[in-house]
Design a protein around this ligand. Structure first.
Ligand code: URA
Ligand code: SF4
Length: 204
Protein backbone atom coordinates (compact mmCIF):
# COMPACT_ATOMS: atom_id res chain seq x y z
CA UNK A 1 0.00 0.00 0.00
CA UNK A 2 1.13 3.58 -0.69
CA UNK A 3 2.77 6.08 1.58
CA UNK A 4 3.22 9.80 1.12
CA UNK A 5 6.66 9.60 2.72
CA UNK A 6 8.76 9.79 -0.51
CA UNK A 7 6.80 12.88 -1.59
CA UNK A 8 7.50 15.03 1.47
CA UNK A 9 10.19 17.59 0.58
CA UNK A 10 12.93 18.13 3.17
CA UNK A 11 12.36 21.90 3.10
CA UNK A 12 11.69 23.53 6.47
CA UNK A 13 9.21 25.83 4.70
CA UNK A 14 5.67 24.61 5.27
CA UNK A 15 4.50 26.28 2.05
CA UNK A 16 6.88 24.10 0.06
CA UNK A 17 5.44 21.05 1.79
CA UNK A 18 1.90 22.20 1.12
CA UNK A 19 2.62 22.60 -2.58
CA UNK A 20 4.04 19.08 -2.75
CA UNK A 21 0.95 17.70 -0.98
CA UNK A 22 -1.28 19.21 -3.66
CA UNK A 23 -0.07 16.59 -6.13
CA UNK A 24 -0.15 13.63 -3.75
CA UNK A 25 -1.48 10.39 -5.20
CA UNK A 26 0.00 8.09 -2.62
CA UNK A 27 -3.30 6.37 -1.87
CA UNK A 28 -6.50 5.89 -3.83
CA UNK A 29 -8.32 8.72 -2.03
CA UNK A 30 -6.96 11.34 -4.42
CA UNK A 31 -9.45 10.09 -7.00
CA UNK A 32 -12.40 10.64 -4.65
CA UNK A 33 -11.57 14.06 -3.35
CA UNK A 34 -11.65 17.23 -5.42
CA UNK A 35 -8.31 18.37 -4.05
CA UNK A 36 -5.80 17.91 -1.25
CA UNK A 37 -6.98 19.79 1.82
CA UNK A 38 -3.82 20.71 3.67
CA UNK A 39 -3.65 22.26 7.13
CA UNK A 40 -4.05 25.97 7.67
CA UNK A 41 -2.99 28.55 10.20
CA UNK A 42 -0.04 30.45 11.52
CA UNK A 43 3.33 28.69 11.20
CA UNK A 44 3.98 30.02 14.72
CA UNK A 45 0.81 28.53 16.16
CA UNK A 46 1.26 27.07 19.63
CA UNK A 47 -1.76 24.81 19.36
CA UNK A 48 -2.49 22.33 16.60
CA UNK A 49 -5.88 20.76 16.13
CA UNK A 50 -5.98 17.48 14.19
CA UNK A 51 -9.34 16.36 12.83
CA UNK A 52 -10.17 13.29 10.77
CA UNK A 53 -10.46 14.25 7.12
CA UNK A 54 -12.05 17.05 5.10
CA UNK A 55 -15.82 16.91 4.74
CA UNK A 56 -17.97 17.87 1.76
CA UNK A 57 -17.58 21.64 2.24
CA UNK A 58 -13.86 21.40 2.99
CA UNK A 59 -13.29 19.29 -0.11
CA UNK A 60 -14.87 21.95 -2.31
CA UNK A 61 -13.25 24.90 -0.54
CA UNK A 62 -9.82 23.27 -0.25
CA UNK A 63 -9.64 24.41 3.38
CA UNK A 64 -10.03 22.44 6.61
CA UNK A 65 -12.93 22.99 9.01
CA UNK A 66 -14.93 25.51 7.01
CA UNK A 67 -18.23 23.59 7.35
CA UNK A 68 -20.56 23.08 10.32
CA UNK A 69 -17.94 21.36 12.52
CA UNK A 70 -15.55 24.22 11.81
CA UNK A 71 -18.15 26.67 13.05
CA UNK A 72 -18.56 24.67 16.23
CA UNK A 73 -14.80 24.52 16.73
CA UNK A 74 -14.41 28.26 16.15
CA UNK A 75 -17.13 29.05 18.66
CA UNK A 76 -15.60 26.68 21.24
CA UNK A 77 -12.19 28.27 20.72
CA UNK A 78 -13.62 31.72 21.25
CA UNK A 79 -15.34 30.61 24.47
CA UNK A 80 -12.07 29.13 25.68
CA UNK A 81 -10.25 32.36 24.89
CA UNK A 82 -8.07 30.91 22.15
CA UNK A 83 -7.23 33.23 19.29
CA UNK A 84 -7.36 31.89 15.74
CA UNK A 85 -3.80 33.12 15.26
CA UNK A 86 -2.65 30.71 17.91
CA UNK A 87 -4.04 27.63 16.20
CA UNK A 88 -3.06 25.57 13.20
CA UNK A 89 -5.86 23.31 12.00
CA UNK A 90 -5.35 20.17 10.00
CA UNK A 91 -6.59 16.62 9.46
CA UNK A 92 -5.17 13.11 9.78
CA UNK A 93 -6.17 12.43 6.15
CA UNK A 94 -5.98 15.10 3.47
CA UNK A 95 -8.55 13.85 0.94
CA UNK A 96 -12.33 13.50 1.35
CA UNK A 97 -13.52 9.90 1.40
CA UNK A 98 -17.15 9.41 0.46
CA UNK A 99 -19.73 7.21 -1.22
CA UNK A 100 -22.67 8.42 -3.28
CA UNK A 101 -26.01 8.16 -1.51
CA UNK A 102 -29.27 9.68 -2.70
CA UNK A 103 -27.47 12.25 -4.81
CA UNK A 104 -25.22 13.35 -1.96
CA UNK A 105 -21.68 12.55 -0.95
CA UNK A 106 -21.82 10.53 2.24
CA UNK A 107 -18.74 10.76 4.46
CA UNK A 108 -16.83 7.51 5.05
CA UNK A 109 -14.37 6.98 7.87
CA UNK A 110 -10.81 6.58 6.59
CA UNK A 111 -9.34 3.16 7.36
CA UNK A 112 -6.02 2.38 9.05
CA UNK A 113 -4.12 1.99 5.76
CA UNK A 114 -5.35 5.31 4.40
CA UNK A 115 -4.45 7.03 7.66
CA UNK A 116 -0.99 5.46 7.58
CA UNK A 117 -0.45 6.47 3.94
CA UNK A 118 -1.25 10.09 4.77
CA UNK A 119 0.57 10.29 8.12
CA UNK A 120 3.85 11.66 6.63
CA UNK A 121 2.04 14.91 5.74
CA UNK A 122 0.82 15.30 9.31
CA UNK A 123 4.27 14.46 10.63
CA UNK A 124 5.72 17.12 8.33
CA UNK A 125 3.27 19.71 9.67
CA UNK A 126 4.10 18.77 13.26
CA UNK A 127 7.84 18.87 12.63
CA UNK A 128 7.69 22.36 11.13
CA UNK A 129 5.17 24.05 13.41
CA UNK A 130 6.35 22.33 16.59
CA UNK A 131 3.17 23.14 18.48
CA UNK A 132 3.30 23.22 22.22
CA UNK A 133 -0.06 21.52 22.42
CA UNK A 134 -2.03 19.20 20.18
CA UNK A 135 -5.73 18.56 20.37
CA UNK A 136 -6.90 15.39 18.66
CA UNK A 137 -10.28 14.20 17.49
CA UNK A 138 -11.11 10.51 18.01
CA UNK A 139 -9.82 9.22 14.65
CA UNK A 140 -6.64 11.24 14.79
CA UNK A 141 -6.08 10.08 18.36
CA UNK A 142 -6.39 6.43 17.44
CA UNK A 143 -4.22 6.79 14.37
CA UNK A 144 -1.44 8.60 16.17
CA UNK A 145 -1.67 7.07 19.63
CA UNK A 146 -2.58 3.55 18.54
CA UNK A 147 -5.78 1.59 18.11
CA UNK A 148 -5.83 0.71 21.83
CA UNK A 149 -6.45 4.33 22.64
CA UNK A 150 -9.89 4.78 24.21
CA UNK A 151 -11.40 8.21 23.95
CA UNK A 152 -14.10 7.52 26.52
CA UNK A 153 -11.42 6.76 29.10
CA UNK A 154 -8.87 9.41 28.14
CA UNK A 155 -10.85 12.37 26.94
CA UNK A 156 -9.70 15.59 28.55
CA UNK A 157 -6.53 14.08 30.01
CA UNK A 158 -3.03 14.85 28.86
CA UNK A 159 -1.45 11.82 27.28
CA UNK A 160 2.24 11.17 26.91
CA UNK A 161 3.42 11.53 23.34
CA UNK A 162 6.43 12.76 21.41
CA UNK A 163 4.13 14.86 19.20
CA UNK A 164 4.19 17.81 21.58
CA UNK A 165 4.64 18.65 25.27
CA UNK A 166 0.87 18.66 25.72
CA UNK A 167 -1.39 16.26 23.86
CA UNK A 168 -5.06 15.96 24.58
CA UNK A 169 -7.74 13.94 22.85
CA UNK A 170 -11.22 15.31 22.75
CA UNK A 171 -14.58 14.78 21.12
CA UNK A 172 -14.61 15.58 17.45
CA UNK A 173 -16.89 18.53 16.60
CA UNK A 174 -18.65 16.41 13.93
CA UNK A 175 -19.35 13.69 16.50
CA UNK A 176 -20.93 16.30 18.76
CA UNK A 177 -23.10 17.60 15.92
CA UNK A 178 -24.31 14.08 15.16
CA UNK A 179 -25.53 13.42 18.69
CA UNK A 180 -29.30 13.08 18.54
CA UNK A 181 -29.93 13.92 22.19
CA UNK A 182 -29.85 17.67 22.76
CA UNK A 183 -28.79 17.50 26.38
CA UNK A 184 -25.92 15.19 25.61
CA UNK A 185 -24.95 17.37 22.68
CA UNK A 186 -24.78 20.46 24.89
CA UNK A 187 -22.86 18.66 27.61
CA UNK A 188 -20.40 17.37 25.01
CA UNK A 189 -19.93 20.82 23.57
CA UNK A 190 -19.17 22.04 27.09
CA UNK A 191 -16.59 19.24 27.44
CA UNK A 192 -14.89 20.40 24.24
CA UNK A 193 -14.71 23.96 25.57
CA UNK A 194 -13.34 22.64 28.87
CA UNK A 195 -10.62 20.71 27.04
CA UNK A 196 -9.70 23.77 25.01
CA UNK A 197 -9.45 25.82 28.20
CA UNK A 198 -7.14 23.22 29.71
CA UNK A 199 -4.89 23.40 26.64
CA UNK A 200 -4.95 27.20 26.65
CA UNK A 201 -3.92 27.28 30.30
CA UNK A 202 -0.88 25.15 29.49
CA UNK A 203 0.44 27.12 26.53
CA UNK A 204 0.60 30.37 28.49
N1 URA B 1 -14.23 17.17 9.98
C1 URA B 1 -12.90 16.98 10.01
O1 URA B 1 -12.39 16.07 10.64
N2 URA B 1 -12.14 17.80 9.33
C2 URA B 1 -12.61 18.82 8.63
O2 URA B 1 -11.81 19.53 8.03
C3 URA B 1 -14.00 19.02 8.62
C4 URA B 1 -14.79 18.18 9.29
FE1 SF4 C 1 -2.00 11.51 -0.49
FE2 SF4 C 1 -3.25 11.63 1.86
FE3 SF4 C 1 -4.56 12.21 -0.36
FE4 SF4 C 1 -3.88 9.70 0.15
S1 SF4 C 1 -5.32 10.99 1.34
S2 SF4 C 1 -3.64 10.77 -1.82
S3 SF4 C 1 -1.90 9.97 1.15
S4 SF4 C 1 -2.84 13.36 0.49
Amino acid sequence: YGSAAPLVPPSPDLEVVRQAAMGCRACHLWRLGTQTVFGEGSPNARIMFVGEQPGDKEDLAGRPFVGPSGELLAAAMEEAGIARDDVYITNAVKHFKWIPQAGRRLHQKPNAREIRACLPWLEAELARIKPKAVLLGATAAQSILGSDFKLTKNRGRFVESDLAPYVLATLHPSAILRMPDQELREASRESLVEDLRLLAANVD
